[in-house]
Design a protein. Structure first.
Length: 317
């Protein structure tokens, strides 16, 4: 059974640097380590650090800017790999690559908790027939059906999209996930019936995806790193499905810190108590005497009143 480790530490504690150092030490000892990072930019930064500090170490990266078919490149690389090395890939590649040769020889480090839940909606009142043959369903419960591959040849054509077809591109992520068999995907029964018969007015299909809890099984071990790791959906998903996650002591011991010691110096003021924030609520109207204000106006005025003449920084999302 694959062993799961965790590194939970605040932003700026040096998780990525510590993990890269741990991976370098392992590669020098002949181990194979794959590090999944959330962006190509972060991968490029990590590769540059390795080349500057460890120029003789075998370090590789595979992502969408380095090749056309990432899954095929990963399969080919892992088939021919020999000796110690560090391989960088994106989260997307990790979650979609259907085959990883000699998986048990690789140690997996996931920099930032992976996304284990996803959903999307398609509106295809005229072109539902393009996607429909690639899909099929299996009964799940009274409300949902499990989405499974239909025409596998068509599904793989959409997933690979070698001709860069713009219509296929709309469905490419769905096709990749469905073809990888790494996701449990669901549709609403009533919506599917309308969609697949063509008797629709809006052509909408809502698809939900949940990562298979066995998605990382077979790796020598798996390490997930994140701030507040225990509160992430990924952590809860894997623990609830029987994968206990224990602290990775070697990486944790190399961190700058594991908690903020000055937290008692911070005071947090909440502008609203309702957690369901939205643009609609932000622009909602409030009557105050003879004047009408938006919720956002009131937040700005409340902030100015709170800080009075003190200088402050306004960070808007």
């Amino acid at each position: 059974m694959t062993t799961y480790y965790g590194v939970s530490a605040p932003l700026g504690s040096g998780k990525t640097t510590a993990a890269n150092g741990f991976a370098a030490y392992g590669a020098q000892a002949g181990e194979k380590i794959v590090i999944a990072q959330p962006s190509i930019r972060l991968i490029d930064q990590s590769i540059q650090q390795f080349r500057e500090s460890r120029p003789n170490l075998a370090v590789h990266s595979i992502h969408g800017e380095s090749c056309h078919n990432v899954a095929r490149e990963i399969t080919g690389h892992t088939t021919s790999a020999s000796g110690g090395e560090v391989l960088f890939i994106t989260h997307t590649a990790l979650m979609q690559c259907p085959h990883w040769d000699r998986r048990k020889e690789w140690h997996l480090i996931i920099d930032e908790a992976p996304q284990v839940f996803w959903h999307t909606e398609y509106a295809l009142p005229a072109n539902y027939g393009v996607l429909l043959p690639a899909l099929n369903i299996e009964p799940y419960n009274i409300r949902y059906s499990k989405l499974v591959p239909g025409d596998m040849v068509l599904l793989e054509q959409i997933a690979e999209n070698r001709g860069h077809d713009q219509v296929y591109k709309l469905f490419q992520e769905l096709a990749r996930k469905l073809a990888s068999y790494k996701w449990d995907m669901f549709v609403l029964n009533e919506q599917w019936e309308r969609f697949q018969t063509g008797l629709v007015t809006d052509g909408r299909l809502l698809v939900f995806r949940l990562a298979d809890p066995l998605i990382f099984n077979g790796f020598s071990d798996v390490t997930m790193m994140s701030a507040n790791l225990e509160r992430t959906v990924a952590y809860q998903h894997f623990v609830q499905h029987g994968h206990p996650i224990t602290p990775h002591k070697n990486i944790t011991n190399k961190l700058r810190f594991t908690k903020h010691d000055n937290g008692d110096l911070l005071t947090i003021h909440y502008a609203i108590e309702d957690a369901n924030w939205s643009k609609r609520k932000q622009n909602g109207k409030v009557d105050l005497g003879d004047e009408i204000w938006t919720v956002n106006d009131l937040i700005v005025m409340g902030t100015l009143d709170l800080f009075d003449n003190d200088e402050f920084v306004w960070l808007a999302n």
